[in-house]
Design a protein around this ligand. Structure first.
Ligand SMILES: Cc1cc2nc3c(=O)[nH]c(=O)nc-3n(C[C@H](O)[C@H](O)[C@H](O)COP(=O)(O)O)c2cc1C
Length: 207
């Protein structure tokens, strides 16, 4: 089994990193020999879409004959997704949505004719579905009765990953990190981990 493990936080004490690491550890309990491909977008951020990449994506004609090398990074990142049986993403909520380092990855993996078909009804995913576990850390609260802000992170990721065919998503979160001490954060992480439904892994292990 291959796990693609992505982190986005630049904070050493990052709660989303601890959450994603804990999810990966749980997966390793299920499949001890799993291989891990690591992408740390804080340590090694992806570039924003280059001019050549933007030119390539601008029309069907340029996509059919893209500037030399313009799709190389996109291809590497898409192939990492294709090679993964399961994807684990640790991400902060930044200004109500995903941080720009994660958006830079999204910009590379959504590519017409490669990961989605453009149809009159919208984008139709071309990748095989697989489980995606998303561990979120937020300074404030974005779910439930105590929510004090809108959530453009989970709906956005749901829609954008669906565009490429990734539909089996599970969101976990440690919220109100601004107000949690270490013990409270550990408790919140354990509570989040307890909500994971690992039955989705049965299909992965059987395939
Ligand atoms: C630029 C920036 C924007 C942020 N925007 C939000 C926000 O909109 N909502 C929120 O609840 N927390 C926000 N935060 C706080 C982070 O979500 C919080 O510190 C979180 O724990 C960071 O993730 P980490 O613990 O994995 O580093 C923001 C932090 C930064 C640096």
């Amino acid at each position: 089994m291959n796990i693609l493990h992505i982190d986005c936080s630049s904070r050493p004490e990052s709660q989303s990193r601890q959450l994603s690491a804990a999810i990966v550890n749980k997966l390793l309990e299920i499949v001890p020999g799993a291989r891990i491909t690591r992408r740390d977008f804080a340590d090694s951020p992806l570039p924003h879409a280059s001019a050549d990449y933007a030119i390539a994506l601008s029309t069907p004609a340029t996509l059919a004959a893209p500037p030399r090398g313009s799709l190389e990074l996109s291809e590497v990142l898409i192939q990492e997704v294709e090679a993964a049986d399961v994807i684990v993403i640790g991400t902060p909520m930044n200004n109500l949505t995903v941080p720009s380092v994660l958006k830079a990855w999204i910009d590379q993996i959504l590519r017409a004719g490669r990961t989605f078909k453009s149809t009159p009804a919208g984008k139709v995913g071309m990748l095989q579905d697989r489980p995606v576990f998303i561990g979120i850390a937020s300074g404030g609260v974005f779910t439930g009765d105590r929510a004090n802000q809108p959530d453009f992170l989970t709906p956005y990721l749901s829609v954008v990953l669906d565009c490429v065919g990734l539909k089996t998503l599970q969101f976990l979160s440690v919220q109100a990190t601004a107000f949690l001490d270490r013990d409270q954060a550990t408790l919140a992480r354990d509570e989040a981990l307890a909500t994971i439904d690992f039955t989705v892994m049965q299909e992965v292990r059987c395939s």
